[in-house]
Ligand binder design. Structure first.
Ligand code: ADP
Ligand code: MG
Length: 702
């Protein structure tokens, strides 16, 4: 099948899919209006089985391989590529200087796409991207000139090596990111720039890097550089010399491929993990995301992109490289890439390309404007760009594409308000019902799921937990109560691996787990919510739950990058399951809203759904009723009972006594870090010490 046929086929299927969806929606609407017989009766159980099967089948169907091209973004992207490919052959406006400029824009866009992955999506602002551009440039420089013939002197081999060296250097630069955060990280990455400049400049390595003169006569396609090149880039296999236009076609295709791969990453479980790291690292860890892996992977990919771009840039633009000409891009440092990212739209897909194009255009326009007003504006280019970046950050931090995306989202919300969508068709029970994970590990420990033995956590001199021994029995709801500051949150932070205890031990499902990192406790089956909500606010509701399933799926980074059938199947499965869990907590209708836009009470429910997504053996809730109104607390009590009924053990920290007494099988009480009581709700209410320490007047009156 030709590519066109494949696209057509994908389109046809997308249309068929839409029609099926519409039919399901119509059915749901009819049901809501009471037109479907069964729906008139009370209870959801009356939904016809065939409809459920339909819904399940629809929910579980993986995306088609080419379906991404049938979206507005996909069509725009395809048209852009076609336009770029046709330009030198069939379209007006082609002249050597514009041609060079367009190629530079594409190369810069590749750098910024990579930068956006690490800075925009993962939240680790690297100011060192220029280093990787140089590494790529020097790689083709050294290889194509120092090894004239043979494999190592081959331009295409050099590109592959540039990519690999970039990735390795990226991993190195990423290591500090595992220790330092925010502005400190940016400074560390910036510090790498002079180190590499010195390396490339030094007399010591002059035989390799050519010192301050750099390397000239790098292999280049015919036509781009004014004089005929000493070394030409040849086609692989045939060995014919390549013209600048041939090379341009290659550049456009590489650009398209890199854009597409970056898009796939962003839309995959890895992209969600990256955004989760950006929005709340502690929540990412508590959902089983290995933060260090995500950061290093993002650094590697972004550096590989920059390095490849540097190699391409050096090849087509000037065929020479030196530390001062700095890959010959007239862009003085990494800063300009950051400006491009910001102006285009940080954390958006199309932003890097738009930003690279806009900034390049401005750069070209500045001297022209200078001519008009008879002033040497060119020397002020960097300053003007800096001012522009300042203005952009202050007035429009979302960037060009970010603003457009916001507009579209707002219009969609308004439309949804006017024509509320029918609630999605109910999913079958297997998708909706939470379940404790099965398996050998999960069943360990016999009757006791979780246990601390004489566990102490000390902050400075403060014993936030002092020799606390608590046993949680399988299948029960166990509450931990105590005055503010008595060490309840600290207790679950130790249990879930956020902190290591100074004394004593923690056991989970028969295994000693104290001191193990948070993602291990998650993998063993502990899910938790946070007293201070830790949602990924800028991700959608359903995406929040899908990250919760991070540890339940296995598809790798590269698999997601190229959208293997397995990764697409997994994606469909976790999406359906996430939708099911949203139905369980009653948030299905808001699946696509940004999590930060939910009312407070619903955000608590979303955190619970996210924790349920990892099929927890033990669900730990830290003050879930805080900030809820009485009706919401009542709902929450129902929800906790329903969760317990599935066999999941619930560990609850709460102040709300009706809730605690209403759901708990056992209660433990902390005061000043020590456990002062343990027992059934009845025993606790009768315990004089507890009444004095905590329950106080409220319970005495009762
Ligand atoms: P609770 O959840 O019962 O209100 P916490 O566990 O949050 O109590 O806090 C118990 C005590 O430990 C408090 O005195 C608190 O100030 C202290 N504490 C908690 N976390 C830290 C920390 N990371 N560093 C220092 N002190 C802490
Ligand atoms: Mg607390």
């Amino acid at each position: 099948m030709s590519l066109i046929d494949q696209i057509r086929e994908a389109n046809r299927q997308a249309v068929a899919e839409r029609e099926r969806r519409r039919a399901l929606k119509a059915w749901a609407r009819a049901r809501a209006a009471g037109a479907v017989g069964e729906a008139a009766m009370p209870g959801e159980a009356r939904v016809p089985d065939t409809a459920l099967e339909d819904a399940a089948e629809l929910a579980l169907r993986p995306e088609r391989r080419l379906s991404v091209f049938a979206t507005p973004g996909g069509i725009g992207f395809t048209l852009l590529l076609i336009f770029l490919l046709a330009w030198p052959f069939a379209l007006p406006g082609f002249d050597p200087s514009t041609f060079l400029e367009v190629q530079k824009i594409l190369a810069a866009a590749i750098v910024v796409i990579g930068l956006n992955l690490i800075a925009g999506f993962t939240g680790q602002l690297s100011l060192g991207q220029k280093i990787f551009v140089l590494i790529g440039g020097y790689t083709v420089g050294v290889m194509t000139t120092r090894f004239d013939s043979g494999m190592l002197g081959n331009h295409w081999i050099a590109l592959v090596i540039a990519l690999a060296l970039g990735a390795i250097a990226g991993a190195m630069l990423g290591l500090p990111a595992l220790r330092v955060k925010g502005a400190y990280l940016s400074i560390v990455t910036l510090a790498f720039v002079p180190i590499f400049y010195t390396l490339f400049n030094s007399e010591l390595f002059k035989p390799v890097f050519g010192g301050a003169q750099g390397i000239g006569d790098i292999a280049t396609p015919i036509g781009n550089v004014a004089r005929p090149p000493n070394r030409t880039v040849t086609f692989p296999f045939t060995g014919n010399a390549m013209t600048d236009i041939d090379y341009y076609v290659f550049l456009v295709l590489i650009f398209g491929l890199l854009f597409f791969l970056a898009r796939n990453i962003v839309k995959s479980r890895w992209g969600r993990a990256m955004t989760a790291v950006r929005e709340s690292e502690i929540a990412a860890k508590s959902s089983g995301v290995r933060v260090y892996k995500v950061k290093v992977a993002a650094f590697m990919v972004s550096a590989a992109y920059a390095s490849l771009a540097g190699a391409l840039l050096t090849t087509f633009s000037t065929a020479q490289i030196s530390p001062e000409s700095a890959a010959a891009i007239h862009i003085r440092d990494s800063f300009v890439y950051v400006v491009m990212m910001i102006i285009g739209g940080t954390g958006t897909l199309a932003g890097p390309l738009v930003g690279a194009a806009l900034v390049s255009l401005i750069r070209v326009m500045i001297p022209k404007v200078g001519e008009l007003i008879s002033f040497d504006l060119k020397r002020w280019t960097t300053t003007l760009l800096a001012v522009l970046a300042l203005i952009s950050v202050v007035t429009a931090p979302a960037g060009t594409v970010g603003i457009i995306n916001d507009r579209i989202a707002r219009r969609r919300t308004r439309r949804r308000h006017r024509h509320p969508e029918p609630t999605p068709p109910p999913l079958p029970d297997s998708l909706v019902r939470p379940k404790p994970r099965a398996g050998a590990g999960a069943a360990g420990g016999g009757d006791v799921v979780m246990e601390t033995r004489e566990m102490s956590k000390i902050f400075g001199g403060l014993r936030a937990n002092d020799a606390v021994s608590i046993q949680v029995r399988r299948g029960t709801a166990h509450s931990l109560i105590g005055p503010n500051g008595s060490g309840k949150t600290t207790f679950i932070n130790v249990v879930t691996g956020v902190y290591a205890p100074e004394e004593g031990s923690v056991h989970f499902a028969g295994e000693r787990i104290d001191g193990k990192p948070a993602f291990v406790t998650v993998e063993r089956g502990m899910g938790r919510t946070f007293q201070n909500l830790q949602l990924w606010r800028r991700m959608s509701v359903i995406e929040n739950v899908m990250v919760g399933m991070h540890v339940r799926v296995r598809s790798g980074f590269v698999g997601n990058m190229i959208r293997t059938p397995r990764s697409r199947r997994e994606e469909a499965e976790i999406k359906a399951r996430a939708m099911g869990l949203l139905q369980f907590v009653g948030l299905a209708a808001m699946a696509d809203a940004p999590a930060g836009a939910l009312p407070y009470g619903k955000q608590r429910y979303l955190e619970i759904a996210r924790a349920l997504a990892l099929d927890p053996v033990l669900l730990i809730l830290d003050e879930p009723a805080a900030g809820l109104n009485p009706a919401e607390v009542h709902d929450l009590m129902e929800l906790i009972r329903r969760i317990k009924a599935t066999g999941i053990t619930v560990f609850l920290i709460e102040h709300h006594m009706d809730l605690v007494m209403g759901v708990s099988d056992r209660i433990s009480v902390l005061d000043y870090g020590s456990k002062i009581a343990d027992g059934t709700p009845g025993e606790i209410q009768a315990n004089q010490r507890v009444v004095e320490a905590y329950l106080g007047a409220e319970m005495v009156e009762a």
